[in-house]
Design a protein around this ligand. Structure first.
Ligand SMILES: O=c1ccn([C@H]2C[C@H](O)[C@@H](COP(=O)(O)OP(=O)(O)OP(=O)(O)O)O2)c(=O)[nH]1
Ligand SMILES: [Mg+2]
Length: 160
């Protein structure tokens, strides 16, 4: 008997996408490998975009994705290569996309590095990840039932 876990592909949610610019048709975000968590988003630019150190620009993706299910959200995350090698990350650090958002996905591209960087038209600038979300109810109380941590945080654990 094999001890390997089953590799059955779980069913994927189907999300409605509007292509707002024809040029995106052959540059749709996709999972690069079977195990990829994110799909890369391409920069919808007519010409190269030069980002000086410290500069932030909102860049179009040419796509609207309506997630619709409140149990899911989208996240826009930096690509590690661009972030680590070139300092190209996100002006909002992480983009959180609401399930009811129907507008164009926009990427805040921030050059946090020390040299000028040129983003080329349709270059893969960030990645889009779908994550599960739980919406909670906030219930006002006067006291919490006691926990081991209590109010300790910010490096409090493991101190004697
Ligand atoms: O990187 C991002 C972040 C957000 N959005 C879109 C989708 C998201 O659902 C909406 C609102 O984002 P958020 O709630 O983070 O921004 P806000 O400043 O609170 O704006 P709002 O008042 O519209 O919620 O903007 C993007 O396209 N890219
Ligand atoms: Mg908001």
């Amino acid at each position: 008997m094999s001890s390997k876990p089953s590799s059955a592909t779980p069913s994927r949610p189907r999300l409605a996408v509007k292509i707002l610019d024809e040029r995106l048709k052959d540059r749709m975000p996709r999972y690069a490998t079977e195990g990829s968590a994110g799909m890369d988003l391409h920069a919808l630019l007519d010409q190269p975009l030069t980002l000086e150190p410290g500069q932030t620009e909102l860049v179009r993706t040419g796509l609207s994705i309506h997630i619709a299910d409140p149990g899911l959200a989208g996240m826009i995350l930096p690509r590690s290569g661009l972030g680590h090698k070139h300092g190209i990350v996100l002006g909002n650090l992480v983009g959180l996309i609401d399930s009811d958002y129907q507008g164009e996905l926009m990427v805040s591209v921030w050059n946090r590095g020390h040299s000028t960087f040129t983003l080329e038209p349709f270059e893969r600038m960030a990645q889009y990840v779908i994550v599960p979300v739980v919406q909670a109810e906030l219930e006002i109380v006067d006291d919490f039932s006691e926990s081991l941590r209590g109010g300790g945080g910010f490096g409090s654990s493991g101190r004697h």
